[in-house]
Design a protein around this ligand. Sequence first.
Ligand code: SF4
Ligand code: SF4
Length: 372
Amino acid sequence: MSLTKKIKEFALDVGYSKVGIIPADSFPEYLADITNRSEMYSFFLKGASRAAEPRSQMPAAKSIITTVYDYSQKNFPQELTDKIGRVYQARCYGAPLDRIHGARPQLMKQFLENSGCEVGIGTMVPERIAAAKAGIVNFGRNNFAYADGIGSFIYLTSFVVDQELEYDTPTLEVGCPKGCRACMKACPTQAIYEPQKLNPLRCISYNNFFRQDGFPGGSFIPYDIREKIGTKIHGCDICQEVCPRNRKNLTAPKPDDEYLTHIAKEYILPNFLHMTDDFYQTRVQPLMHNYIKHKKYFQRNAAIALGNLADPAAVQDLTLAMADPEELVREYAAWALGKIATNKAKQVLEAARASETSLSVQQEITTALLSI
Ligand code: SF4
Ligand code: SF4
């Protein structure tokens, strides 16, 4: 049996749904697309330059083995999909090696090494384009990759190796029905401004994750975006949920994910707003250990979600949050109280204004009071 065939069989055996292979050439079209829109992608220009040139990271690179993992084999609880993107619930996004979805790529890497391959460690590639070049996905107008028979709820992982292998035929096309624009219409922030063109700065997921100190623009979420975030605190699936290419998958009967069902009852917004170290470590990090490294950003996102729900019952929790030691949490709790806009919310804001020492929090309180 050829090495290519052995690799593909092993990948399927450890749970990947599809596997394809391409030469480890550069991706000039990918880099051109990102650099042409550098004002939107300033946070990722270095990463894109690296990913576009696999051999700049691993000079011996000859092939890229790219895989599809179907993370939608079980049901996702509604209590979680309201707030958390499915890919994070599925625990495969950058999963640690001691978790099942981290162990799978590790098994694959060990198999490749035992088969005589050098495997690039941390070698980045543009996963969606690599998988389309390898014929295992095509594109949606919402920018996601779609695998035949599954849809877009997939996780792509590539392995760069120093061996020449047998290569697959590309499927670099858009596979959407003619005239469909459902994803563009459904996006709350109009982040998809043309088919296959996303402005990440408007995407809810970006605003959940990358509005952090150390990123362009820091932790400030623009007011017009806050209002459209709804209850999403870590990722947004709306442009995939409305997609007819996912309908069959989303409506198919599936078993529950017992782990998610077990923790879902604790995934209430006040638990995020008043995040304890224990909740952060035992409930948040097993799902969301990837982008947000400080609990204050989850607290901020929960405050926005509570503000958008505009439920007067949340005033009590937001009042407590106005005494949080983190300025960021107080700023967004003030914004949320302004959205709820009851007499009680106004009283809390006025009392906080009298004692608040942070200028940025004072400013948010003033803005919130003006909106009531
Ligand atoms: S993930 Fe959400 S905010 Fe981002 S493009 Fe899709 S629908 Fe829009
Ligand atoms: S909603 Fe329509 S246009 Fe958007 S990705 Fe799905 S099929 Fe394509």
